[in-house]
Write a protein that binds this ligand. Structure first.
Ligand code: ZN
Length: 262
């Protein structure tokens, strides 16, 4: 899948994948009515521009989250091939796996920790009078809270799934067994999320666009979990590199691993 390298930070390429445009459209579509209702933006093209601006802010928050994973991976001695942003998620392509449960947990926890710290810092700006500054602070708090908390759900490919993997691994299971259980947990979470989105839409409790975005996020989660099951080292594909088919422009790397967040 085509990607655009927009920067290189500390030697690590930052890549925007083509679906990022779909993500911007979905976020702008969902956020435009909220910008009109909560931000006082006229309900015309300007509300969609405000939605698109919010989508860019979301991308910046995702990049900050992934940068934290990349820093933690490097501190654990693992090379980082790239930090990527896709439709409604990001990913940090780490070459190799942490050698023990503690390293696995530290790399996994770094992203949500960064998001929650950013949410806490931005919350201080909520005390200012109503205006663009407070709206921006509210957006930062909401986005980073979602990034931090959703990613802590205990199923692969979310960070919480990696924390579950590390916990099961530390309790004596093999890494492959722990990864399989965490991946099945991710598939279960995705199914539950689809049911919640359908029920909320049927009960008209959320806008149809928001339910659709939730269902799309659940589909991405299910695909990521299935991908985790298909790329389990040793257990399923012993000897086969878990390379990223999205990266035809880079040489295959053994044990290449991709972390994904929503
Ligand atoms: Zn993450």
């Amino acid at each position: 899948m085509p990607g655009l390298r927009v920067a290189r930070v500390g030697g690590v390429p930052v890549v925007l994948r083509a679906p990022v445009l779909a993500g911007v459209v979905v976020v702008a579509w969902v956020f435009a009515p909220l910008a009109a209702r909560l931000g006082g933006v006229p309900r015309d093209a300007r509300s969609y521009l405000a939605g698109a601006a919010y989508a860019v802010l979301v991308l910046a928050c995702v990049l900050a989250h992934e940068a934290a994973h990349a820093c933690a991976a490097r501190r654990a001695g693992l090379p980082v091939a790239a930090v990527e942003v896709g439709a409604l998620h990001g990913g940090t392509r780490v070459l190799g796996e942490p050698g023990d449960p503690r390293g696995e947990a530290l790399v996994a926890a770094a992203g949500p920790a960064a998001s929650l710290v950013l949410a806490a810092l931005a919350s201080a700006a909520l005390l200012q009078p109503p205006g663009p500054g407070r709206l921006l602070a509210a957006e930062l708090v909401l986005t980073n809270l979602l990034l931090g908390l959703v990613n802590l759900l205990p199923g692969l490919p979310l960070d919480g799934g990696r924390l579950l993997l590390a916990l099961l691994w530390s309790r004596g299971r093999s890494r492959a067994d722990a990864a399989a259980l965490a991946a099945w947990s991710g598939i279960g979470l995705a199914g539950a999320a689809v049911l919640v989105a359908l029920a909320a839409a049927a009960a008209r409790r959320v806008p149809l666009a928001a339910a659709g975005a939730g269902a799309l996020a659940a589909a991405l989660l299910a695909a990521g979990a299935a991908r985790s099951l298909g790329t389990l080292p040793a257990a399923v594909q012993r000897g086969a590199p878990a390379d990223d088919p999205d990266q035809p422009d880079e040489p295959d790397q053994p044990d290449q691993h991709r972390r994904t967040s929503t």
